[in-house]
Design a protein. Sequence first.
Length: 451
Amino acid sequence: MLTMVSRTGAVHVARIRSSHVDKAGQRHQYESVYLRRSYRQDGKVKHEQVANLSALPEAAITALEAILAGAELVPAGQPGAMEITRSLPHGAAAAVWAQAKTLGFPALLGPPGRSRDLALALIISRVLRPATKLATLRGWSDTTLGGDLGVAGASTDEVYAAMDWLLDRQDSIEAKLAARHLRSQAGPARMALFDLSSSWMTGRHCPLAARGYSRDGKKGLPQIEYGLLTDPDGRPVAVRVFPGNTGDPTAFLTAVDLVRQRFRLTDMVLVGDRGMITSARIDALKTLPGLGWLTCLRAPAIAALAADQGPLQMSLFDTHNLAEITHPDYPGERLIACHNPVLAAERARKRQALLTATETLLAPVLAAVHAGRLTGADKIGIRVGKLIGTYKMAKHFDIAVTDTTLTVTRRQADIDAEASLDGIYVIRCQRSSNSLVGGVRVHVIPYRPFT
């Protein structure tokens, strides 16, 4: 309640604190807020209460104090009343940093310290905005991440030293991840996945750079390869880097060594694609107790099973898209034949599109030969050779070249034979009497062998 007075002069806000002790012996604190005017009378300082502000919100009292102190308050929302000179992005960095702490990521990397903070900042930055190490270092001053982890002023040498520190701890980190995701308590499937990928590069001083099979389509550039071992949910457990000319089967041996020697895991199933786990690697795995494998047959092997009234016939899939077959070439193994109608339709569509695209590429050459503008078997053959393999359809065409003629015809019988196996793939694994392969259950449909 405000009380009007007649006296004039400067006023101020006075906060009066008081307390009392109740019958239970508990002390209670109170604060009263008044708008007062001070003056002298007969040589003594007296106070005149202009208004009682105790019932006002604290924000209003604070604003009144600021005004009386000479501050100029800006109305909220007034255009042009405030200018932001700089704002650091915070939300994304805070979210990733909070998730990292929830997952126990800092402790996984190693003991607290400058190197761990730098390594953690590098990893979080990689999630937020992948860039080179130097660009990442410069970007720390432009987000709140640098201040939160105390790395905003880090030098280039510190960053590279932190990477060396992280590399030295790789074995320890991978052992913790294996215990977390691959051991029976954490991963009852008892399964580990492994695959190989590559990245091209342009430098000349990397000792691992070599020319090999390029998954990036950069055939003219050297590359490095790296294999990743994960649990069935795709969580990374271990990574290894290889020279660029390393083959999938060779890299797979590293995964075997990691599981058996480094992590000391048994009763595990290693899963890899058909280019990764070859027949030679399977023969070697059969000699290792407690280590299973799961892969698929290559297309020529599938065709061999389907040829000459073999065990793989389309009639197996009349009522089910899954069947178990046997063959003497695969003793002690299980072959699970699967048919995916959607995949079959897609492969048929893609094959037809690539055949048509190849014929479209060759059409100008055919026209030039027919018009006599292109002659000579060698010249015609060179032009055709540059185009016929563009879409990897050369195997489906017969090419006849003379000095004055060019004939391109489809190998329809081969095309039909390939199309008959569209959508079919065969899983290859060990045979076990209890339908378990290293703890992995494979559901199969019984069938009557073809006779």
